[in-house]
Design a binder for this molecule. Sequence first.
Ligand code: SF4
Length: 193
Amino acid sequence: MSQIPDAWELLRQRCQVCTACELCKTRNQLVFGVGRQDSPILFVGEGPGQQEDLQGEPFVGAAGKLLDEMLSIIDLGRDNCYIANVVKCRPPGNRDPKVEEQAACVGYLMEQIRLIRPKLIICLGRIAAGVLIQENYRITRQHGQWIQKNGIWYTAIYHPSALLRDLNRRPETFLDLLSIRDKINEVCPEFYQ
Ligand code: SF4
């Protein structure tokens, strides 16, 4: 007897055949997301890069390795968080996703958020923050600040790719990570136990 696909599988299948923007023409693999599907903590980047497109998983290249190291500082990882992107197919040449591509894809992310029901959403970089926190988000000025919307706490930190390019941003990101740990302890005191 065949099993009825659950909401996650149905959503993944819809993304798999999606042709809502031109990124479908150049993708090798869809990058749907990875992690614990009921985690209270969701990280959101902007879109897949070359390695992610080849492997079908978010943050697996050099930036992904750095993200894993950053998360491990505060005892987070792919086994206790969920990681997704604003767009699920790679923008060619690692360019930023266009506004129309973000608009075409963000509905899938919103459905993931409804299924995960996170208490904290951490945007990785200005594009994700511009979509989820505030239009024209200024990452240099606003990173590490918290706002609450519809019962979810949001913040943004520098994208790991930016931290690979600019080592000077790392000390402030370390402080942002400590702030994330403090917010987790405040909002989900059971998380680290
Ligand atoms: Fe569809 Fe999103 Fe891929 Fe565009 S980026 S084709 S909207 S899944």
